[in-house]
Design a binder for this molecule. Structure first.
Ligand code: MLT
Length: 300
């Protein structure tokens, strides 16, 4: 019998794929495998029988990869399994921003009497723009970035893509409807919206800094549904204050962003759909079983 510990709520649909050879336990110290979502594991002591950790999601920044490598613990993730969920939220955020919905909702919550008069005022105050014909820069052309790029193009946006890690050639093969550039300096000055889709790692920490903001079009909107660490927060707030950025929409709140004008915060909802949670958990469970039983390391 193998012991699988779960951290965070792992979808029961995924857990149901565990065969009779597995018991689901709470005690990580006694685990042969751990299934985790977003809980930070950097301070955790691993038990001597731990063979593998599977992240039911794409990002592995909550897992101490060096420590796992030292201790021979194999780490899996499920890139792509929740990409559609994240893509849909990014598109929703784009549309919310273009139509001033966050501000209009806050306004609606303050209404008391004389609503029809207020509505006439609100209609002018929150008039928006269409995204059709606007330029979207997709910074990072992995599973999520490519889906966002293709869908935004379907909605009539002009889409420019850049990836700091893929060559232009392979990014083009992934995403033929998009104009892919080799240098972000070719993309950033054109974009009304920029959406970030690169993983968090030491190489990408603070990647969106004053230099990058200075290359962006005045009044651009930045969407970050990847990780907070990608942004140099002080530089981003300065860009908002100076009008370089019109709005910052993010799934990753920090204390420094609370109450700041132009910041729209969501509570890490990108992959929080029933479908994505089921997909990620199912793939993570399959990866763990295939490794424990067959020694296969197949990151789906
Ligand atoms: C991811 O990295 O794929 C997401 O953060 C998953 C999640 O929300 O658990």
């Amino acid at each position: 019998m193998y012991n699988i510990a779960t951290l965070n709520k792992i979808s029961p649909v995924g857990l149901a794929h565990l065969s009779d050879a597995y018991a689901v336990i709470d005690d990580t110290a006694a685990a042969n495998g751990i299934l985790v979502r977003s809980q930070d594991m950097h301070e955790m002591e691993f038990g001597k029988d731990l063979l593998t950790i599977a992240r039911a999601g794409a990002g592995v920044n909550n897992i101490p990869l060096d420590k796992c490598a030292d201790q021979g613990i194999v780490v899996f993730n499920t890139p792509g399994a929740n990409a559609n969920a994240v893509k849909e939220l990014v598109l929703a955020a784009l549309l919310l921003s273009a139509r001033n919905i966050p501000a209009a909702l806050s306004w609606a919550a303050t209404l008391t009497t004389d609503v029809s008069k207020a509505v006439e005022k609100g209609k002018k105050q929150f008039a928006g723009t269409e995204i059709k014909g606007k330029t979207l820069g997709v910074y990072g052309l992995g599973a999520i970035g490519v889906m966002v790029a293709n869908s935004a193009a379907d909605l009539g946006m002009k889409v420019v893509g850049y990836d700091p890690f893929f060559s232009t050639k392979s990014a083009h093969a992934l995403c033929s409807c998009v104009d892919v550039v080799d240098d972000p300096a070719e993309m950033l000055p054109k974009c009304d919206y920029v959406t970030i889709h690169v993983p968090a790692s030491p190489a990408t920490n603070g990647m969106f800094n004053a230099d990058v903001f200075s290359q962006m079009k005045d009044g651009a909107v930045l969407l970050n549904f990847s990780r907070d660490k990608l942004i140099n927060e002080a530089d981003m707030l300065a860009a908002l204050e100076g009008g370089k950025l019109k709005e910052y929409l993010t799934d990753f709140g920090t204390d420094g962003l609370v109450g700041k004008e132009g910041v729209v915060l969501l509570p890490h909802l990108g992959a929080s759909t029933a479908e994505a949670e089921d997909n990620c958990a199912t793939i993570a469970v399959t990866e763990i079983m295939d490794y424990i039983e067959n020694g296969n390391i197949t990151n789906s």
